[in-house]
Design a protein around this ligand. Sequence first.
Ligand code: SF4
Length: 286
Amino acid sequence: MNVKSIRSRPRIVFVKVKEALSRSGLPDLDYALNPYMGCWHSCIYCYARIYTWYREAAENWGEVIVVKENITSILRREVKYKARGVVGVGTITDAYQPVEAVYKLTRKSLEILFSAKFHASIQTKNPLILRDLDLLVENKNLVDVGFTITTLDSQVAKIIEPRAPPPKARAKALETIASHGVETWVFMGPIIPGYNDDDASIEELVRLAKETNSIFYYDKLRVKDFMLKGDHVLRSSALKSKYYNWNKLFSKIEHYCRIYNVKCLPGMEYKQEKPSTTLDKFLKRK
Ligand code: SF4
């Protein structure tokens, strides 16, 4: 293992992998491709740490980024014998987090996928994706791009997504990509009681979906063990979410989607979650 660092943080670790395309548990995706593990954006709600096998990155979320240095050579081999399908790019990391500017593994992977006629479904929070606009436009029949925007309020975003690019920058990047005819979507998730469940937040994002001709996906906060530990910022929201009237919130979202005539779908409805200590179990322990 070779350890280097970019500026002072994060710590960059290089690993060799045996597989590039892994089977995805999401019904809309056949495969998942994650050129990195860990994510500099450090969203406080990030579930990806639970699915990250590289322990140091999982336990020091945002501080350690693992670069799969041989992923493109493995991918080049795999696309020759694996059945064509839809590849989720960045399912447990943001494939356009800052390290991508240096290593370009996401761009190189996309080039390989497109030349083999695989479809890429990219989800990101980072306008760095605009660097690859040429590639996206050239292959617009093989790609869709989703931006996760939980709120357009930069103050709220700073609390819950401390190192991710400001939401307005994400919205602008989404507009640019959509204006080039690439299929786009907005992912409003997680919706966290007390942070981004107000009417204004929902309406603004539905309107953005309308303006960019994007599908609007939404998802509620899914309570995980790490949120309940110590003084985690989301602890009270996580506890509150147990009694929260989610159906009322979803009706409100559907209401705005009807007003703006936007296609709205629950984003994570089919996600297969790993068993985790639920809030129920937590409360029983108390
Ligand atoms: S951008 Fe995505 S993968 Fe990265 S920390 Fe945030 S939620 Fe996790």
